[in-house]
Design a protein around this ligand. Structure first.
Ligand SMILES: [Zn+2]
Length: 70
């Protein structure tokens, strides 16, 4: 059983992937250390509880979060 997620649900609801734009949701990965875009699979770092929603800072899609077509 996991503890409270590092990122609040309210904050997640308003976060969008800057690469995909509006409509692409991000969600925390297993460790809550990164946010993964549900559309493109980019992984955004979370620094001191603050999501860094910058394409330049994002890691490319990985095998665990492969690129998915809508
Ligand atoms: Zn995306």
């Amino acid at each position: 059983m996991r503890g409270d997620p590092m990122i609040s649900r309210d904050l997640l609801d308003i976060l969008i992937c800057p690469a995909c734009g509006e409509g692409a949701a991000v969600h925390p990965d297993e460790s809550d250390q990164t946010l993964v875009c549900s559309r493109c699979g980019r992984r955004y770092p979370v620094r001191e509880g603050i999501p860094v929603m910058l394409v330049d800072e994002a890691a490319p899609p990985t095998a665990e979060a492969p690129l998915r077509q809508p």
